[in-house]
Design a protein around this ligand. Sequence first.
Ligand SMILES: [Zn+2]
Length: 264
Amino acid sequence: MKTTSDKYGSLWSRDELVLALYLYCQIPFSKTKANNKDVISLAMILKRTPSSVARKLGNFGAFDPGLAKRGISGLAHVSKVDKEIWDKYSGNWDRLVADSESILQRANAVSLVAQEEHGDLSMNLSLPSGPSAAAREVETRLHQTFFRRSVLASYEVSCCVRRLNIAALLVASHIIPWSVREETRADPRNGLCMCSLHDRAFDRGLLGIDSALRIAISRTALRSRCAFAEIALASFNGEQVRMPKRFAPKAEYLTWHYDHVYEH
Ligand SMILES: [Zn+2]
């Protein structure tokens, strides 16, 4: 297998880099540290030190346009192969999930997305082979889990309308619903981190985001005379939506939602 060396002398195979990118997407950039439990899990799988894995995650930050804009450039010592892996998968997230999971399976390792904190997503991740219904179901759950984790990580686990930060109340909301466009189902840029109430309002067209990234509250919601609707919805009308630290939502996706779902 073709390998690449990093500054620290150890060789990283392409498979290892794919797993590092997979994990990079799923933890907030500020937490890509050697003491992070997911970093430690990957280090055990790769038989590397947690600090070596943390440095590699830092390298991927160098390619992340969202971070570059904020002046966070990741670590300087990136290799050509790191860049190739980034280019191959950014924009092809379904493939990243599928390839990572099959690498893990070949290594008899537990899925990196199985360690979801909230219980209901713990799953048996032995991917059944072939196009069976069971295989399809496992694949679907892996995509959903990757999507949720990567969107929550991008927004540092808080609602993009208002900074509610209780993880159990947060949802990774699809901008273009899965049922409309399956190929964007795992794309972190098709996601917004919202609390359950704002997610529902967004899904039902009571809340939209315009091309200037302002929150728009529909007439139906504005007409409500209820004090809670005033606080939870109407008061945000016209405010800027909060952008994530990475994987900013694509303008094309937001426009689609504003034109097709938001009720104006
Ligand atoms: Zn909210």
